[in-house]
Write a protein that binds this ligand. Sequence first.
Ligand SMILES: *[C@@H]1O[C@H](CO)[C@@H](O)[C@H](O)[C@H]1NC(C)=O
Ligand SMILES: *[C@@H]1O[C@H](CO)[C@@H](O)[C@H](O)[C@H]1NC(C)=O
Ligand SMILES: *[C@@H]1O[C@H](CO)[C@@H](O)[C@H](O)[C@H]1NC(C)=O
Ligand SMILES: *[C@@H]1O[C@H](CO)[C@@H](O)[C@H](O)[C@H]1NC(C)=O
Ligand SMILES: *[C@@H]1O[C@H](CO)[C@@H](O)[C@H](O)[C@H]1NC(C)=O
Ligand SMILES: *[C@@H]1O[C@H](CO)[C@@H](O)[C@H](O)[C@H]1NC(C)=O
Ligand SMILES: *[C@@H]1O[C@H](CO)[C@@H](O)[C@H](O)[C@H]1NC(C)=O
Length: 695
Amino acid sequence: MAVLNPFSLSISITFFLFCIFSFCKAKDSSLSSPTTSSDVQLLLLKIKPLLQSNTDNLVLSSWNTSTPLCQWRGLKWVFTNASILSCSDLSSPQWTNLSLHNDPSLHLLSLQLPSANLSGSLPREIGEFPMLQSLYLNINSLKGTIPLELGYSTSLSDIDLSYNLFIGVLPPSIWNLCESDRLVSLKLHGNSLTGSVSEPALPNSTCKDLQFLDLGSNKFSGNFPDFVTGFGALKQLDLGDNMFMSTIPQSLGELKLEKLNLSHNNFTGVLPFFGESKFGVDAFEGNNPGLCGPPLKSCSGNNSSMSSGAVAGIVISLMTGAVVLASLLIGYMQNKKRKGSGESEDELNDDDDLEEEIDEENGVSGSGSAVGGAGEGKLMIFSGGENLTLEDVLNATGQVMEKTCYGTAYKAKLADGSTIALRLLREDSCKDRNSCLPVIKQLGKIRHENLIPLRAFYQGKRGEKLLIYDYLPLRSLHDLLHEIKAGKPVLNWARRHKIALGIARGLAYLHTGLDFPITHANVRSKNVLVDDFFVARLTDFGLDKLMIPSVADEMVALAKTDGYKAPELKEMKKCNSRTDVYAFGILLLEILIGKKPGKNGRSGEFVDLPSMVKLAVLEETTMDVFDVELLKGIRSPMEDGLVQALKLAMGCCAPMTSVRPSMEEVVRQLEENRPRNRSALYSPTETRSGSITPF
Ligand SMILES: *[C@@H]1O[C@H](CO)[C@@H](O)[C@H](O)[C@H]1NC(C)=O
Ligand SMILES: *[C@@H]1O[C@H](CO)[C@@H](O)[C@H](O)[C@H]1NC(C)=O
Ligand SMILES: *[C@@H]1O[C@H](CO)[C@@H](O)[C@H](O)[C@H]1NC(C)=O
Ligand SMILES: *[C@@H]1O[C@H](CO)[C@@H](O)[C@H](O)[C@H]1NC(C)=O
Ligand SMILES: *[C@@H]1O[C@H](CO)[C@@H](O)[C@H](O)[C@H]1NC(C)=O
Ligand SMILES: *[C@@H]1O[C@H](CO)[C@@H](O)[C@H](O)[C@H]1NC(C)=O
Ligand SMILES: *[C@@H]1O[C@H](CO)[C@@H](O)[C@H](O)[C@H]1NC(C)=O
């Protein structure tokens, strides 16, 4: 997904299940300790040396193993069980306890060293502390860029890096911190950050808890960051003293802002209406002379009969033309829509007694009840998951593999050394039990060579939902196609054909091989794992049926950004086998052309693969669209089924749904048009594993 998280963080799943969404305020003594985390080590080895340049910093010198932890300056600690290490009482044994350094259940909670004469850089490892909530390093002389990894933190809520010497762009990953609704305050005032402010990866992000955003006195340029108007909880916004140049979106007036500073930029156009004399001239001064509207000069100069600012604003818009009016109306409609979806989320989030039903209906979950006596959640086991116990799952140590709009995927190690894949669904993303449970049961029954099996389902006592899958140490098709890495197998046409056929078979099985057919609903190269023999396995199928509409629709929005969305698909509940076929068509084009569809990279350029092919056909340069790597060893594109595959992909992407083939038809055509000379293509020099499997 767009927010793929390559960063690995060692966390305890036990801790995570209970604390991820609740800021660990709740105390729970029944938890076991993690075995791997060592924040003290990280602090001494990575953070301390980087925060200071070559000269030793006085404050940081207190971070040493001959000093008790409580006397290390600028730090607060918390135990895995959420109780805070109390260092305030100088007569308590904690104050002088030297063995606290070695307590693996102790984690860094806050790092606050304002005005500490720090002159190094911001270490990227800051993102690795599993419970770090606040980071205050304001008023220092820290240099370099703000590392991308900061945005991969699972817990940061307050960040103040104001008044340092930071340069470079604001890393786009920073908005990842919005995802689990933890980011409350982001202050970067008084640095030398440049470029335009990057957008959140998820469209229409609301960053629900963000109240303070201060990007003032930097060197940001470009347009007003429009997405900020979607941050409904924002109270203070400072964009002053930068180099922004554009109009200011009218919807900014709809936020309940208490403080605002847009001064000393190059903003122009009509100011939004914020309310009668809410902000003074100093919030807007020093901009383009074209900036007008109260409290600045009036825009037309002859509308003195207007007494109320609101009326004036609207009339001015009418006078300046239809375009402004239209954008006002759109802003209004969007705001209504946003409010509407917020309400439905609350109503649907009532599934307290799902676990009871699981218990009643599932005789196999004996292992769950064996350890679940203390009111812990229940484990629902499916075929192949019989060896899993609740204890195993809860004590697993996990690594974040990927974060999406609907949850986070972990690679988790069990005590016996084996590994499983977990997907923790986002707290408010799930439907009520009546619609959720039958879907889970259905997903648990699906077994096919090209589909990753669901082995178990866990429902925690606080409503956390965890899907447990086989872990396969495989690369995603996305990485195989688009990542430049040494040691990657050559993807010739025979291999790509085999991958495509596997995907098609998996989808055909979902559409027609089950008693109750389902749709995948999230077909994309990131959801295809490929093994050493180029067998493709699909993940994340059918999850849309577990989501409340607003989250499911975020998946649609993401599919649109990534270029896999069928043109007719407006909301996820309308998804069907034909929309899967469309997404498969894009995926097949991606396999053939080797280019990533949808919005690409920093530039945000949208790659429309079907149009690219159409253009090439018109210009009679069809052969040029194929990936060069794929053409290796191809003698006749016709005889090798290449051209047929391109036609097939274009058929799948037909704008008219009735024209698209079924997945069964796709499988048939791919089987009919295989690459001719397969053995030659599997030559030993091109095979990483040296193994050749029959088709
Ligand atoms: C949490 O753990 C620490 C040390 O492991 C212990 O001292 C403390 O009493 C525990 N607190 C609670 C509330 O269980
Ligand atoms: C360790 O910290 C103590 C307390 O701040 C300080 O007095 C001492 O010099 C430090 N030792 C080293 C080796 O930095
Ligand atoms: C010192 O801390 C360790 C680790 O948390 C703990 O096991 C030990 O009981 C503490 N000692 C005292 C005297 O509090
Ligand atoms: C601040 O750090 C510099 C070295 O980076 C040092 O020379 C200076 O004395 C320090 N100032 C204070 C007040 O500690
Ligand atoms: C401000 O923007 C205008 C165009 O809107 C441009 O012509 C002008 O050069 C800009 N001024 C500065 C100081 O960048
Ligand atoms: C707005 O920001 C400018 C430049 O940073 C500052 O001089 C001014 O005092 C601020 N005004 C308000 C109202 O905060
Ligand atoms: C996001 O906003 C755009 C308009 O800016 C709208 O068309 C789209 O439906 C929204 N997406 C979601 C998931 O709300």
